[in-house]
Design a protein around this ligand. Structure first.
Ligand code: PEP
Ligand code: MN
Length: 357
């Protein structure tokens, strides 16, 4: 069980508790005009929380590193003229102090910051005694403990309005995604911290406009609470992350077409199906236990006949046969391989115990 038990809602006054909670705005605040123009158009689409990067962590020097503090009064205008909340990324104590002085409503920690416990602690220390929602993006590397650790540091500093943002994980080979979704990681976070609001950032996962809608839908199907989406009044001309930003109109369309399924609804049919799954899982466990018992017998035989545990040819044969059988039965080869390797590891472990006796 996680240590975080007592959280307060991140929903600021006037924000509906319905799914998805939406935060939208440009990757970077570029100019007062771009901020106001984008925010006005987003307001027309019903957006109530505006994001805008003021300090940008760029991979290489020479990229646009954000306008810095001069952009904070632009966000203030968004709040006062349009009645929209604002959210900003902070990466160190100076950013936090400036953002708080500038009246920003919500802070978030970027992926590179979450990966660095020194930075997270520095931010947590300066936030002591301050009541503001803080969202924590996953670290760039697929390390759930590091993500949870950052959330715990903020919690220990007294922050109670906490949330997590899933923005995908870096990969050396970028294929379809800019950052691999690896959905099982945020799902495990949700399991360990069921009361922590979980948002998805499809923009940084996808890296391209066409992927925003399907990733948003997947996040909703996985019961995420919200979405943080990059939107720019003129995406092609954006100073950072141009390929992944959508116009406020497109954002409106994406949100309108999302299918939101009701997480609380459990029909009779579903419970009948779940009973079937329970029974099948029981059968699977019994079969696996039986298989292990046979492995142990084989281990005893090998010991008595002075044979080594690992019989590579036999293992190869099992892998190949079972995988092609599984594929014919509609399962993927990667899945079957993972299962077989795990079963084999457990069998070897049992046989090694036998050898020791
Ligand atoms: C961003 O939100 O613009 C950003 C830099 O994101 P990340 O920390 O996920 O890379
Ligand atoms: Mn960005």
């Amino acid at each position: 069980m996680n240590k975080i038990m007592e959280l307060e809602s991140i929903l600021l006054p006037g924000i509906d508790p319905q799914r998805p909670l939406v935060i939208a705005g440009p990757c970077s605040a570029e100019s007062e005009e771009q901020v106001m123009d984008t925010a006005r158009q987003l307001k027309a689409q019903g957006v109530k929380i505006f994001r805008g990067g003021i300090w940008k962590p760029r991979t290489k020097p020479g990229g646009f590193e954000g306008v810095g503090e001069v952009g904070l009064p632009w966000l203030k205008r968004v709040q006062s003229e349009l009645g929209i909340y604002t959210a900003v990324e902070v990466a160190n104590a100076k950013h936090v102090v400036a953002a708080l002085e500038g009246g920003v409503d919500i802070l978030w920690l970027g992926a590179r910051t979450t990966a660095n416990p020194f930075s997270v602690q520095e931010i947590a220390d300066v936030l002591k005694g301050i009541d503001i929602p803080v969202l924590v993006k996953n670290p760039v590397n697929p390390d759930l403990d590091l993500w949870i650790g950052a959330i715990e540091r903020l919690y220990n500093a007294g922050i109670r309005k906490l949330g997590a943002i899933h923005r995908g994980f870096s990969a050396y080979d970028k294929k379809i995604y800019r950052n691999l979704p690896q959905w099982h990681i945020p799902i495990e976070l949700q399991r360990q911290m069921p009361n922590l609001p979980l948002l998805c950032d499809p923009s940084h996962i996808g890296g391209k406009r066409e992927l925003i809608a399907p990733i948003c839908q997947q996040a909703m199907d996985l019961n995420f609470d919200g979405l943080i989406i990059e939107s720019h009044c003129n995406p092609d001309k954006a100073w950072s992350d141009a390929a992944q930003q959508v116009t406020p109109d497109t954002l409106g369309l994406i949100l309108d077409t999302l299918v939101i399924r009701d997480a609380k609804q459990t029909t009779e049919n579903l419970s009948a199906l779940r009973r079937q799954i329970d029974e099948l899982d029981n059968n699977l466990l019994e079969l696996l236990a039986r298989r292990m018992r046979v492995s142990i017998e084989i281990g005893t035989y090998k010991k008595e006949h002075n044979m080594p545990i690992l019989q590579t040819a036999r293992y190869d044969e099992i892998l190949q046969n079972r995988i092609s059988q599984a594929v014919q039965m509609g399962m993927s080869d990667e899945f079957m391989k993972t299962v077989l390797v795990a079963i084999h590891e457990e069998s070897v472990r049992h046989q090694m115990e036998v050898m020791k006796k």
